[in-house]
Structures are given as C-alpha cells and as structure tokens.
Design a protein around this ligand. Sequence first.
Ligand SMILES: Cc1cc2nc3c(=O)[nH]c(=O)nc-3n(C[C@H](O)[C@H](O)[C@H](O)COP(=O)(O)OP(=O)(O)OC[C@H]3O[C@@H](n4cnc5c(N)ncnc54)[C@H](O)[C@@H]3O)c2cc1C
Length: 438
Amino acid sequence: MTNQTAPIVVVGAGVAGLVCAIELHSAGRPVLVLDAESEVGGRVRSTTRDGLVFDHGFQVLFTAYPTLRSYLDLDALAPRKFLPAARIVQGGRVSLIGDAFSDPSLLIDTVMARAVPLGDKLRLLALRRFAQQLSVDECFTARFAGVSTREYLASRGFSATVIDGFFAPFYGGILLDRTLATSASVLLFTFKMLAEGDTVVPATGMGALTKQLAARLPPGMVRTGVGVQSLTVNDGRVNGVVLAGGDVMLAAQVIMATDAPAAARLAATAGVQIATPSGARGTTTLYFTTSGASPIPGRALWLNADASAVISHAVTVTDVAPEYAPRGVSLIAASAVGEAADRSDADLESAGRREFAAMARAAGDAAADAKATALTRVAVWRVPYAQFAQPPGWREHRPTIACGIPGLWRASEVLHSSSLEGAARGGQDAARAVLQSH
Ligand SMILES: Cc1cc2nc3c(=O)[nH]c(=O)nc-3n(C[C@H](O)[C@H](O)[C@H](O)COP(=O)(O)OP(=O)(O)OC[C@H]3O[C@@H](n4cnc5c(N)ncnc54)[C@H](O)[C@@H]3O)c2cc1C
C-alpha cells in the first residue's frame, strides 16, 4: 500500500479524535482511529460495577456547548439535569445561590443567601448578561485572555467575600482551580454556557457521550488497545505510524488527537517540536454509597468554601441521575483538586466523612454525623491530567493544526480551550484543515 491509498490515521479516540474522524468520514475519506486504551472516550469514560456507574472523575456536560452539541443526539443520551445552583458551605452556614432566570424557583433562596452581599448579586446578574452578549470567540479575545479570573472579577467590582467565598470554590468545581489564576476568557465562556443551557449527565454515565460519537463511525474504523509508539518519516514527510508491538502502518496523513504531552512525545519521534501548554489540573474523585439518606442531598452541587476544605465539591449523583445506582442506593461523588487531590485514599476518605458531616450540620440536619458515618467508600478515581492549565496569555502560544512537517496534524482541545467543547472544536477544525489542504 502506498501512502496515497492508505487511510488518514487519527491517533486518539477521545472527543477530539472522534469528532475529527466523523468529519473526515462524512467527507468520504478513508479513516482509521487508533487508541491505546481498551475502550473509546479518553477522559470521558464510565465504568459500571455492581450496578453503580462511575464516571472516570466527576464531570458534567453543558448542553449549550455549540460545536459538541452539533454532533450529539442529546435526547438519546437521556440527559439528567442538575439544578442551576450551588450550595455554598462556609463558616458553618449554607447558602443556595442559583440562576433564577433558568429556574425561577431559586429566586427567593438566592436573594436571601447571606454568602453573597446584595451588591455582588447585582454584579453577578450583570456578568451573566455580559457573558451572554459575547460570542464564544469574543470570550477568547486578548482583552479577556490576558487577565486572570481573579483580576477580572476585582476589576468588575466584586468583593473579596464573593471572590473567595463563591467564585473560588465554584471554579474549583469547573476548572479544577480554586486559585482563580485561570484566564478570564474561561470564566466568561463557562458563564455563557451556564446561562444558555443545562448542566447534565447522561442517564448511563458520561461515557455514553463518547460511545455515541464512536457509534457514528462504521464498525472497524476505531481500533482500541492499539497504542502508537512513534511516527515514520519518509522524504521529509510523516507517512505512517509504528504501533506499540512494532508493526508499521502507512498513513496518508497522521492526526494527533491525544492529550497535549502525548502529542509532544509523538511529534518528537518525527523530529518535530510542537508547542504544548505547560501545567496540568488534576482531580481525585471519591465515590461513596449509602442505603440510607445522603448527608448532602439534592440536585445542586455542594461547594466547600472553607479555606481548609479538602473536598472541593460534591453531589449526590443519584439525586440527579437515579440510574447511576440500583434502586434504594445513593451514590455520592466528592472531588478534591489542587494539592488535596494528591492525599492518600484513606486521608481523603476521612476528610470526606468529616466534611460531609459539617455540610449537613450547616444545613441543619440533626442526623448529620450518623449519615456521614453510614457511608461506604466504593471507588477512588485519580486523574492527574484532567485539564491543562489555562493562565492568562496561554492562547498566544497555542499550537497550530499543521505541525510544521508535511503529513502531521493536531486535533486537540489545545487549539481552543481545555473542555469538551474545546476538544470537539479542535477535532472539527483539524478535519476541515486537512480536507482543505487535500
Ligand atoms: C475529571 C475530569 C473532569 C472534567 N470536567 C470537565 C467539565 O466539567 N466540562 C468540560 O467541558 N470538560 C471537563 N473536563 C475536560 C474534558 O474531559 C477534556 O477537555 C476532553 O475530554 C479532552 O478530550 P480530547 O479528545 O482532547 O483528549 P482525551 O480525552 O485525553 O483523548 C486522548 C486519547 O488519546 C489516546 N492516546 C494518547 N496517546 C496515545 C498513543 N500514543 N497511541 C494511541 N492512543 C493514544 C488516549 O488513550 C485517549 O483516549 C474534565 C476532565 C476530567 C478528566
């Protein structure tokens, strides 16, 4: 086989690789997607054990993501909605802050919430309106991309109380970064997405999302359990891949849809250095079950705003999607971010129980301690590389789709933002660039 008749090889079957392959396949190009793992999905996978659904790290889908949504049959995923709200626990008190435009029943609690002073509530409304007026691309212009979320919020007049007591834990949950060092572009983008759609999980787990994308490709087009170890170069052009077992496979083009560090390692095997965002945001998710009542009930995320918090955010997933556990069982997901994510399983478990009890006590639950004690830890999911760091200015050094050597391309979240939407957009843009060039 010459490399003219060989398929376009997409390395990586996460959101970016699958979207890229869908585009290329629908344009009539022969495509082969290879992934080192035993199943598709990359960072968006779920495992079912004893009737319990464990997402590989707690994660949600914003239905307003424009690019990703265009590839999904959302109804077929049976999306289960979170309340557009968060319960903020701080100093032994809990306040419910919600988006009353999305769910008017949240108005009274939100207006009454003591965690956010009135002036800041008005500023939150103004920020919501402002983010909605921007297009997705405008969110990422230099004006916002060059400042940190913390600086931007201060420039809009938000008080330190709300910055540390609301935004820090809230964005700890979304960006896995409680320091608010992430670029303000990401704040505006996520605020826009939160305002314009629902926050959901598919009834059978987040992994259903990537399985649905893969099902849009013909059988055999995606091969799992096939790692790519290096690239082959002939006459100054990437013309194939070497598989983990040593077999060589010719390729008309190679598109790297792996995470950023893996793409940099692969490109280096072709003698090419590609720009890679430095810094990783990791998270550890603990799953607990109980056959009694959950200490942190409801469809809103619980945010632990105390500075000493080990568990950053938690939710009773089965209150959102009962399908995540057998009838009568509640499943709780609790996430640690930053340095806390590196603590031992036992440490995280005991901190989880202690902090759940404190959250329930703050909500006035007389049985708080008994409920926290009755929990069983059923899984711990460690994801050291959940997102890449997106500090101010990172987009100025973004890599490009073409990798500086003929035949090698990049389909990745690094082209847009570290998110499901960023990955879908990266996959779509790469496919279009390859199609345009050939
Ligand atoms: C716990 C967690 C929470 C998150 N929360 C959110 C959230 O709430 N909202 C949001 O929008 N985003 C969230 N994200 C981020 C989002 O999941 C990612 O941005 C997105 O999934 C990245 O997709 P990708 O296709 O670019 O990369 P990946 O999903 O990493 O896919 C890359 C694939 O490449 C494969 N691969 C790597 N090297 C090789 C090789 N040499 N050979 C063959 N295959 C290879 C890997 O096995 C993998 O399947 C979260 C991520 C995690 C893990």
